[in-house]
Design a protein around this ligand. Sequence first.
Ligand code: 2HA
Ligand code: ZN
Length: 270
Amino acid sequence: MKSSILDNRPQLAAEVNKVAEVAGYLWQKGWAERNGGNITVNITEYVDDEIKVMPAISEVKQIGTTLPHLKGCYFYCKGTGKRMRDLARWPMDNGSIIRILDDCASYVIIADNPVQPTSELPSHLSVHNWLIGSGSPYKASLHTHPIELVALTHSKKWLEKDAATRMLWSMIPETKAFCPRGLGIIPYKLPSSIELADATLAELADYDVVMWEKHGVFAVDTDIMSAFDQVDVLNKSALIYIAAKNMGFEPEGMTDEQMKEMSIAFNLPK
Ligand code: 2HA
Ligand code: ZN
């Protein structure tokens, strides 16, 4: 079998295998049609001396922006145009590992194949740059199209600040416990645009999961499984809301008292 950067590197392999597992969930949930969604993971902590001297297998490519905190960092990135359902089985054929060069403005692919990273690389890397700069332990970012959460954004009612957050938290106690910063909302902007990237960065100061109106979510967490979990619990709440509406009534939701009790019991920020 062809050798891989993951051979004899169990920690690095575990991180990439988590990405593959999550990619499978995204497909199964119907959140990743065609090439929908992106994943990037900062894997610098698993990089050894041998990886540091691995030759580039691509030309030097420009990021399109300068990101000073990313000097010498390494990322696993889903490939542009690749399918999550393929990545689930073959993560190193549908994604690649890149090294950020010393100018902090360009990168090379180092393994396993010259798979061009996601079209959203500038925005993903801007987020990682900001996470490092703000001392965050978060290493993974996820963009996906969760059906019911996206559907909510087709109504003005749920685009008001924290309206969706309050409703989603009130559907089942776990949602507030496991997505304690709620769901940030970003008004519609062109996919892949600088405006969308800038708005995402601003909103991540207050939320771990942000919604791009009529498009999808962007989530960050310590690893890709945890980022997925936050989106999953929010979408579960949206499903409970819809189930109640389908039964012909507006769900009551937990009371403010019950929500406050949860915040105290779980020591939650909001
Ligand atoms: O990469 O979902 O918004 C595919 C997307 C971009
Ligand atoms: Zn998208």
